[in-house]
Each structure stands twice: as structure tokens, then as C-alpha cells.
Design a protein around this ligand. Structure first.
Ligand code: GLA
Length: 663
């Protein structure tokens, strides 16, 4: 089937004549998949228990007649007005105790068992009708899970969930176990009944409570999703897959957990204000690929502009094509635009679309057409091809929640710190996986693994990292690694707890920095005068550990202490980076480590905001630059998009794309 191209379409346009016109234009643009029904509950179940699916079936038939496959959305992100009026208790409650109003979406309380029952009923109707349907290739459950409810029912469900987590030796719920793990004698928090445990609706709660609440929200969405999965799977014909669409680095729930039960991961790729940064967008693609450790879909992408950003600027001409290829080069098997046609009313009137209210193409339509022409040329070459990376960055929602709740320095944004590492590799066109900190590392061919940081650590995580390094891998640990245990409790040994022996050092002290501290990095005879900013740690090396960087004079404590260390461990190496380094020093250090680990870029020496991505045997080169640029090639290649033979150089137009195979 090649790479899929598609758009979202909503029932507000439903009448046969319009739909036929739309389908004809979709076909002419080269689309082969349409996503429908994800907010259509009010049209699917116009009144309680009365279902109207014939129009939807007709829409599916007509799509098929025009050669388009269908992705069916379950409409549960938008409960109808009759439902919220009859059952107001299904509406979410915010931190201040206010119930959500009708008229928006995702206004439901995911912990409501009544809501789950109502969802199950509509999903069952849809699944019964479209599960066996050849024309429906897959399902999307709900839309962008995000809402957290602080209702009474959520509180009770949280308390119940905790009872399964904190148990005594015989597996019985144990408040004593919870009190001990949460250190509740502190500030007299000790609980004598499960019913006393609050939801963290205010700032500055117990770190264990905060972490567990995020995990609970994840479990609540898992349960909500599982209910729909089970129903759909009961009716689905073989081959129909099920996904849900996510929002990049949004961290309202643990995506690894949610994806365990899905067949496919997908995400919605928007830029909002500004322009395409290949590395920043690339990180979200790599993240999504890592959810199931295989190719993924871009379920929504921006057709020119959005309507929700501070400035809804239109992408430059050609930019969306580069945006799509940046995803395809990183393992996207489909790119779908949101949405096809403007709704005449509703909250998203100004959003970009492919077709205007009069049903004729907007300028952006041509851009999608061009992308479909690309895909006709190379779709087969890339079909079924996956990404193999030599570098893996570990990622953990627990870590992000734990640090976010206690930044210690207001500028310690865990995601910014994470991307500070990612950029050193992806920005140099080194293929990089982003995987769960709990993912097994063997059999993936990694040479370099980075924990930026591995903040919460337990025996299982530590054992896998040690095994990786001892078998010859290079392991980098950043600041704040090995600080906490699974209860978000401080480890009783110095950081990096459980990894001190592997890292050959420990953290003597940590400092939030008012001003940058100077440091000197020495890499094989070359010295770099750099800085640590925001956060610095005084490292105490153990025997046999090399010191790669030392602090200059600053607060007295750090003066002359180790800032970066390297320690041989088994057949490999463990590096500890004790400060948030300035960009130049960070790039030099990561470049040096990558070289020692034998990691190679797909193409070296690329200009800023140009990426070379390897998918199977092909190299996808993408420019997100407004001006032309040249790059040199290490051999002879043929560009499969133009058919040109390239000897030593490739010239790219603004936002240019090439798909190279060795010639
Ligand atoms: C989200 C939603 C879509 C639409 C777009 C607009 O990603 O999933 O339904 O609202 O944003 O950018």
C-alpha cells in the first residue's frame, strides 16, 4: 500500500452530493484514506439508545467507491448534550471543584463508570456494524486523551487503586506500607483510613502522592481504553488495527502503558506559531515510534495553519511537504491532514483545511497533491521499511513528573534538558531512538544509550543499564540521575543510586545555579572552556575513573571539583555529566562520546535545519530552510524523486526533499 495519505472528515458536511464532490477531490489529490466519525456521537446516537448508522455506512460505501479506505473514530471525546443533561455526573470536575460545561469536548470524567457504560454502548453499535467491514482498515479510540478530573468518584477510584498497590506480605491492602513509602509522618500526613487520601488538586503535595496520581490517571485511561478495545476486538475482522492519537511530548499520562494495549501508535503533528524545526519535530516522531518500537502514523497534521496558537501563521509554501517527509524518514507510515473542509460554524472556523467552505481547493491542496506525487514514486521503496538507530535516549514519564513537581530551579524544564541531549544526535543526522527507561536494550544494536536523566531508578532499570555497559555499550548519565526510587522517595545512597559502581563516582552535592559556573573540558588533548548553567553537581570520582571536566572557581564548593567523568565498566564505558552544559560544550562532549562509541551520522556536515534520515536502504534528505542549500555526498546516489544521478553534491531547493539510494 505504500505510505498512506489522508484527511479527517466530519459529519457536519454529510449529504451525498457534497460527499461525492469531496471524495472526487480527495482522490485527485492522491489521498487514499479518510478518518471519520471521531466526534460524531450526536449524529450516531441522536437520542439515548437510538442509533443512526445508515448515513455513516453510506459515507463509508461512497469512500470505498472512490478508492479511499476508512479509519473509524469512536466518538467518545464528545458526548452529546442529551447525555450530559441526563447524567451531569459524567462531566469532569476541575481542581477548584467546578464541573465542565457542555459545548466543548473531552468534558468527560474518565473515572465515571456510568460514562464508561454509555461509551461501551455506542462503541458496540459501531463495532458491530463496522468491525467486519473490509472498507474500514482501522480504529481510532477517542481523541487526544487529556482531561484530568478531580471529582469525588475520581478520588474514590484513586484510593481504591492505591489499595492494590500498597499491600502487606499476604497481599492485603496496607496503609502502613503506604505511610512508610510516602514518609507521611512528615507534616503529620499520616493516613489512618484510605478515605482520607486526597487528590493533588493544589500545588506542593507529597511527591509520592503526585507521582502516584499521574500513574492513576494513566490507569484510568487504560481502563477506559481497554473497555473500547475489548468491544472492538470482539467484532473486528482480522487485520483491522486499533490506535489512539497522541500529542507528542504531552505528559498527562504514561504513553508507554497506554500503548501496550494498542496495535499502533499515532500522533498529531502541529507547529502552531512559527516554523518547522526538524529536530524538535523529529523528537516527537522518534518518541511516537518508541511507544511500540515500530513504525507509526501521523494521524493529524497542520494544513497550513492552526487556529489555536498565539499567532496562527501559515507555513511557507513547501514547508508542509518537508514536515511530512521528516516524519516519513523517521518511520511514519501515514500522514493525514486535519481537516479536509472548513466547518461553517464551530470553534475551528479559521483552522487550515484543504478545501474551502465553497467546496473548492484552497492553495494548500496543491501541496498535498505534490506529496502524493512523491509517494507514488517512492512509496514502494519505503513500504515496510523501518528505522534502525545506534543511539537510544531513555525516556520516562515518572521522571518528568517527579522533576516537574520539584524543579528546584525554575528554569529546570525536564523536556528542555532532555532535548538538549537529543539535539546533539538528531541535529547531526544520527538516527536516534527514544524508548522507555524500562525498555529492554539487547538485540537492538545500540552502541550508545543516554539517560538524560534516569532520575527514578530501581533494581530492574539499573540491572539493564549495567548489563548494556558491561557488554561493551557506552552509557551516558546526566545530572539528576539515580536520585529517587519508585515511590518518588530519595534513595538512601548517594546518586546515581544503584549505579555508583558502574559510573565509578557519586554525587557529593547538587547546586541550583544563579549564575553559570565555568568549567574546563579536556577531550583527548583538546581543551574547551565552557560553562554549566541552571544545575551543577560536585562529583566525587572513585578509583579508576577519569575526570573529563572540572569546574573553575565559582561558589567555593564547586571550585576544582569533577564535573564530567568517564569510567570503564566491563567491556564498555559509563559517563556522568554533572552539569547542564552550554550548547557548544555539550555538542563537543556528545560528539566525542558518539565517536568513541562508533556511532555514525547518516550524512555528515549538513547545514542547520537539514536532516538526513535512513529508512531501510533509502536516505531521506529534508531541508527546512528558506533558502537553497548544497550538501556533499560521500558516494554516488540516485534521487528517486527526480531520477537524477548525483555524484558528489546535492542541491536542495527551499524546503527541498530528496530520497537517495546508492547508485
Ligand atoms: C487537535 C484535535 C483536532 C483538531 C486539531 C486542531 O489535534 O485532535 O480535532 O481540533 O487539534 O489543530
Amino acid at each position: 500500500m505504500g505510505i498512506r495519505l489522508g484527511a479527517a472528515w466530519y459529519p457536519e458536511h454529510w449529504d451525498e452530493v457534497t460527499w461525492r464532490q469531496d471524495l472526487k477531490l480527495m482522490r485527485e489529490a492522491g489521498l487514499n484514506v479518510v478518518r471519520i466519525a471521531e466526534f460524531a456521537w450526536a449524529d450516531i446516537e441522536p437520542s439515548e439508545g437510538h442509533f443512526a448508522l445508515d448515513w455513516l455506512e453510506r459515507a463509508v460505501s461512497l469512500a470505498a467507491e472512490h478508492g479511499l479506505d476508512v479509519v473509524m473514530g469512536t466518538p467518545t471525546a464528545a458526548p452529546p448534550a442529551w447525555l450530559t443533561q441526563a447524567y451531569p455526573e459524567v462531566l469532569a470536575v476541575d481542581e477548584h471543584g467546578r464541573r465542565a460545561q457542555h459545548g466543548k469536548r473531552c468534558h468527560y470524567d474518565v473515572t465515571s463508570s456510568l460514562y464508561q457504560k454509555l461509551c461501551a454502548r455506542v462503541v458496540e453499535e459501531l463495532a458491530r456494524r463496522f468491525g467486519p467491514d473490509e472498507r474500514v482498515i482501522g480504529w481510532q479510540i477517542d481523541n487526544e486523551y487529556n482531561r484530568v478530573s478531580f471529582s469525588e468518584q475520581a478520588r474514590r477510584a484513586f484510593q481504591e487503586w492505591l489499595q492494590g498497590l500498597y499491600v502487606d506480605d499476604e497481599g492485603r491492602p496496607s496503609l502502613a506500607a503506604l505511610n512508610s513509602a510516602w514518609t507521611t509522618s512528615y507534616w503529620s500526613q499520616k493516613y489512618t483510613s484510605w478515605s482520607q487520601i486526597p487528590l493533588p488538586a493544589e500545588q506542593n503535595h507529597n511527591p509520592a502522592l503526585i507521582l502516584r496520581f499521574h500513574q492513576f490517571v494513566t490507569e484510568a485511561y487504560c481502563r477506559f481504553q481497554r473497555l473500547q478495545l475489548e468491544i472492538i476486538r470482539r467484532y473486528a475482522r482480522p487485520g483491522q488495527w486499533i490506535t489512539s492519537n497522541f500529542m507528542g511530548f504531552f505528559h498527562g499520562f504514561d504513553h508507554y502503558r497506554i500503548c501496550e494495549e494498542l496495535d499502533l501508535a499515532s500522533w498529531d503533528h502541529y507547529i502552531g506559531t512559527g516554523h518547522l524545526d526538524l529536530v524538535r519535530a523529529g523528537a516527537a516522531h522518534d518518541l511516537t515510534r518508541g511507544f511500540k518500537r515500530r513504525n507509526f502514523w501521523v494521524m493529524e497534521t497542520q494544513p497550513g495553519c492552526v487556529n489555536w496558537a498565539p499567532i496562527n501563521n501559515m507555513l511557507d509554501r513547501g514547508e508542509a511537504r518537508a514536515m511530512a517527509w521528516n516524519g516519513i524518514g523517521r518511520g511514519a507510515d501515514a500522514v493525514l491532514y486535519w481537516q479536509w473542509r472548513s466547518a461553517l460554524n464551530g470553534q475551528e472556523q479559521y483552522h487550515g483545511t484543504l478545501v474551502a467552505p465553497d467546496g473548492t481547493p484552497r492553495p494548500f491542496y496543491q501541496e498535498v497533491k505534490r506529496l502524493s506525487e512523491d509517494l507514488q514514486k517512492v512509496g514502494d521503496l519505503l513500504d515496510g521499511q523501518t528505522i534502525r538507530a545506534e543511539v537510544a535516549l531513555l525516556h520516562s514519564y515518572d521522571d518528568r513528573w517527579a522533576i516537574e513537581a520539584q524543579r528546584h530551579h525554575r528554569d529546570f524544564d525536564p523536556l528542555a534538558h532532555y532535548l538538549h541531549y537529543y539535539r546533539c544526535f538528531a541535529g547531526r543526522s544520527i538516527m536516534t531512538d527514544i524508548i522507555s527507561s524500562r525498555a529492554p536494550l539487547s538485540d537492538h544494536g545500540y552502541k550508545l544509550v543516554i539517560g538524560a536523566p534516569v532520575h527514578i531508578i530501581d533494581e530492574a532499570i539499573a540491572a539493564e543499564l549495567k548489563r548494556f555497559a558491561s557488554e561493551g555499550g557506552h552509557l551516558v548519565l546526566s545530572i539528576r540521575s539515580g536520585f529517587k526510587d519508585a515511590h518518588n522517595r530519595l534513595h538512601q545512597s548517594r546518586p546515581p543510586a544503584l549505579l555508583q559502581d558502574a559510573a565509578g563516582m557519586y554525587v557529593e552535592e547538587y547546586y541550583a545555579l544563579l549564575e553559570p559556573v565555568p568549567l574546563r573540558l579536556e577531550l583527548g588533548g583538546q581543551a574547551i572552556e565552557g560553562q554549566g548553567q541552571i544545575w551543577a553537581e560536585w562529583l566525587t570520582p572513585l578509583e579508576g575513573t577519569q575526570v573529563l571536566a572540572r569546574y573553575g572557581s565559582s561558589n567555593g564548593w564547586l571550585d576544582g571539583q569533577a564535573a564530567v567523568t568517564a569510567h570503564p565498566y566491563g567491556a564498555g564505558w559509563v559517563y556522568y555529566v554533572g552539569a547542564w552544559l552550554d550548547e557548544r560544550t555539550q555538542a563537543a562532549l556528545m560528539g566525542w562520546i558518539a565517536e568513541r562509541a562508533g556511532v555514525r551520522p547518516v550524512l555528515a556536515g549538513l547545514p542547520e535545519n537539514v536532516a538526513a534520515l535512513r529508512r531501510g536502504d533509502a536516505i531521506v534528505v529534508v531541508s527546512a530552510r528558506r533558502e537553497r542549500c548544497q550538501l556533499s555526498l560521500p558516494g554516488r546516489y540516485r534521487d528517486q524523486l527526480t531520477g537524477r544521478l548525483l555524484e558528489v553534491e546535492l542541491e536542495l531547493e527551499p524546503y527541498g526533499v530528496a530520497v537517495l539510494v546508492p547508485a
